[in-house]
Design a protein around this ligand. Structure first.
Ligand code: FMN
Length: 147
C-alpha cells in the first residue's frame, strides 16, 4: 500500500488517565476492545472485533519485537514493551503494553493487553532504537529521521 509520508507524522497522544484495553484469541484475533482503544486507534468497535491485532501494526516496528512477544506468550509468560501503533488514518500513537494470558479454570483461553502512555523521551529513544533494529535486520526504514 502507498501512503503519503506526511500522514505518518500525525501523533495521537494517549491521555495520562486513559487505559487502552484489548483481548485476543490465541491466534491474535481481537475479541474485545474498550472505548479508549477505539478512540485512540480511530477504529469503530466493529472494525476491530474479529480482525487480527496486526491491524494497528506500524511499519516502523521491527518484526523481531513481535517475534519476541509471541515467543514470550507461548512460554506462558507476560510480555511488556513499548509499541508504536498505526491509527486508521495512518497517524500513530505510542504506548507501553503489558500482554499476558487470560485463564479460565487454569486453561489459557485468550490474551489481554493493557496499554498506558509513555513520555516524549521514551518515544524518541524507542524510535531511534527501532530504526536501528530494522536497519540491522535489513528492514525498510523511514526516509524521515528524528534527530
Ligand atoms: C493481546 C495482544 C495484543 C497485541 N497488541 C498489539 C498492538 O497493539 N500492536 C501491534 O502492532 N501488535 C500487537 N499484537 C501483536 C500482533 O498480534 C502481531 O503479532 C503484530 O502486529 C505483528 O504482525 P504480524 O504478526 O502479522 O507480523 C498484540 C498481540 C496480542 C496477543
Amino acid at each position: 500500500m502507498q501512503y503519503n509520508e506526511s500522514e505518518f507524522l500525525i501523533e495521537t497522544v494517549v491521555p495520562e488517565d486513559e487505559l487502552i484495553i484489548s483481548r485476543t484469541s490465541l491466534e491474535g484475533i481481537i475479541t474485545y476492545a474498550n472505548e479508549t482503544f477505539c478512540t485512540i486507534s480511530g477504529y469503530r468497535e466493529e472494525e476491530l472485533l474479529g480482525h487480527s491485532h496486526n491491524l494497528v501494526r506500524h511499519p516502523d516496528m521491527p518484526s523481531s519485537v513481535f517475534k519476541e512477544l509471541w515467543h514470550t506468550l507461548k512460554e506462558k509468560k507476560q510480555w511488556s514493551g513499548i509499541v508504536k501503533n498505526l491509527r486508521k488514518d495512518k497517524g500513530f500513537y505510542w504506548v507501553h503494553a503489558i500482554i499476558s494470558g487470560v485463564y479460565k479454570d487454569g486453561v489459557l483461553v485468550e490474551y489481554k493487553s493493557l496499554r498506558t502512555p509513555i513520555s516524549f523521551e521514551e518515544k524518541l529513544k524507542h524510535q531511534k532504537l527501532y530504526d536501528k533494529i530494522r536497519q540491522n535486520n535489513g528492514e525498510k526504514i523511514r526516509t524521515i529521521t528524528y534527530l
